[in-house]
Design a protein around this ligand. Sequence first.
Ligand SMILES: [Zn+2]
Ligand SMILES: [Zn+2]
Length: 188
Amino acid sequence: MKLPLERLSATPTHYAFEADTGWWQQQLQPHWGLPTALDEPLVVALDAHVMGEDLFLSGSLTGGLPLECSRCLSRYRHALGESITLVLEPAGDRAPADPEGAASLTRDGVCFGDELESGWYRGNEIALAGYFLELIVLALPVKPLCGEGCLGLCPSCGVDRNVEACDCAGPVRISPFSVLADLRKDSK
Ligand SMILES: [Zn+2]
Ligand SMILES: [Zn+2]
């Protein structure tokens, strides 16, 4: 997933990358709590061009990640469809203030601002694996849901209420208050 810069011109050059489970496992840090395997490759389509010394990248990252629903605990495919818009300036003699950015500029030839929409590059080639990974991590929900209407597990008997009904007392309600209650539970 390296972009050779000397081949780029003012006319966009198209790149396509496929990221499979092997790639995914190389990038992963265990403490992220992300799935350890992909069910399907992630696909990145990228157009790159230069204007003056600035480098413009645009495109998309699509695919799906196997996540666990925070309500019913079932595994589901979480669809990813992230757009890529990135403008990179030559770093020149500048050095990023944050150590992570500085390390990234040395290692990958590129570092990014907070919103992942701009950054600096250095050298003849930039490695984009770290950028794609960060894009994915930012796109993931804090509380994954298999569907907006997921009924979750019964708090009394534990059955998956999407699959079967139970006789436990209390109506099944998805209300703003139950969402608040969930949040409180999580913050404890
Ligand atoms: Zn669910
Ligand atoms: Zn029940």
